[in-house]
Ligand binder design. Structure first.
Ligand code: HEM
Length: 309
């Protein structure tokens, strides 16, 4: 490739990395604000608030568009980062002497590719443990509340509405768990169905089955998250107290994210060609952002594992 074309393609990549990186910073703020609700404890109300928020985030059309933009940004940012690293290695096969490195850069700027790769590994595990469960796990638990009835504890599924077919006797805001027999009443995803048999008078009185949606519940993402960091299970059937391992892993990942943002935030503005009287303020804001956001994220698993009763 001619030198100018090479330069152009590398500038274009940096530009896209900057745009997608800054968009992902916005995502981080939104995600953090949503997740901070987990610090409200594990009462029914606190769980319901978080689960309502999760339902909104996965069903609102505008939020869905933002989610797809986030996935695309992660892909673009990672692929561009890998290509840029390869390009830079080709352009400069012999590494600079250590002395120059230390003078013109810092730990973060020298290790952006490694830090980014570690974040990608974290994200892969994170998506499997939470996002995939929320979106694809047909057996995801629905939120329940417990009530005493004649000295007996009865569980009810919290419905998002008052029952879609209001003529069913027990259908209200809460559906007794005991009613879900798997035969007449069953759950698929977050929907409670009633399966009815009837004789079709229009078809020679043939016995037919009909599946009627009667209510929707809240997927219990709050329980999934709390159980994850509190789990006493064995990781890979070998390492005990996996909740502690996950907590340490998340704190480590947030440290990595902090270092990545430390250089990345201000570097994005540089790549976009912003160089004016605001540059020192942008650098300062970037540093505060890269400490505060990962720190607050890290507080969540630590709180759940060590403090939440
Ligand atoms: C340590 C605190 C964190 C907790 C407790 C947490 C929790 C969650 C949960 C419960 C979900 C599933 C919600 C859903 O699918 O709508 C989720 C999704 C996600 N998380 Fe996190 N998260 C944390 C940190 C992070 C960080 C630091 C990143 C990025 C570096 C991240 C990136 C994502 C992404 C990209 C999704 C998918 C979002 C979407 O579908 O729009 N999370 N997280």
């Amino acid at each position: 490739m001619a030198k100018s074309a090479f330069l152009k393609s590398s500038i274009a990549k940096k530009y896209w990395m900057a745009l997608t990186g800054l968009f992902l910073c916005l995502f981080l703020v939104g995600h953090l604000l949503g997740n901070l609700q987990l610090l409200a404890g594990r009462s029914t109300e606190a769980a319901l608030q978080f689960n309502k928020y999760a339902l909104f985030m996965t069903s609102n059309p505008a939020v869905k568009v933002l989610s797809y933009l986030t996935y695309l940004s992660i892909l673009f940012h990672a692929i561009d980062g890998i290509l840029l690293t390869i390009q830079n290695k080709k352009a400069r096969p012999v590494a600079y002497a250590k002395k120059d490195d230390a003078a013109s850069s810092n730990f973060s700027s020298r290790n952006m590719a490694v830090l980014g790769t570690l974040i990608l590994v974290f994200l892969a595990t994170h998506m499997v443990n939470f996002w995939a469960k929320m979106h694809f796990d047909k057996k995801m638990p629905l939120q329940m509340i417990s009530a005493e009835n004649m000295g007996q504890k009865v569980n009810f599924i919290v419905s998002t509405n008052n029952g879609l077919a209001g003529n069913d006797a027990f259908l209200g805001k809460f559906i007794p768990e005991s009613a879900i027999d798997g035969k007449y009443y069953f759950i698929e995803g977050n929907v409670v169905y009633l399966q009815r048999e009837f004789k079709d008078v229009n078809d020679g009185n043939k016995l037919k089955k009909e599946k009627i949606k009667i209510a929707e519940g809240y997927k219990d993402l709050h329980k999934i998250t709390v159980d994850f960091f509190k789990s006493k299970g064995k990781l890979f059937n070998v390492i005990p107290n996996e909740g502690l391992v996950f907590t340490i892993f998340y704190v480590f990942a947030m440290l990595v994210l902090g270092f990545h943002l430390w250089h990345g935030f201000q570097s994005a503005f540089q790549s976009l060609g912003v160089n004016n009287k605001f540059t020192p303020a942008i650098k300062l804001f970037g540093k505060a952002f890269s400490v505060l956001v990962p720190l607050l994220f890290a507080v969540i698993p630590v709180y759940i594992h060590f403090i939440l009763k």
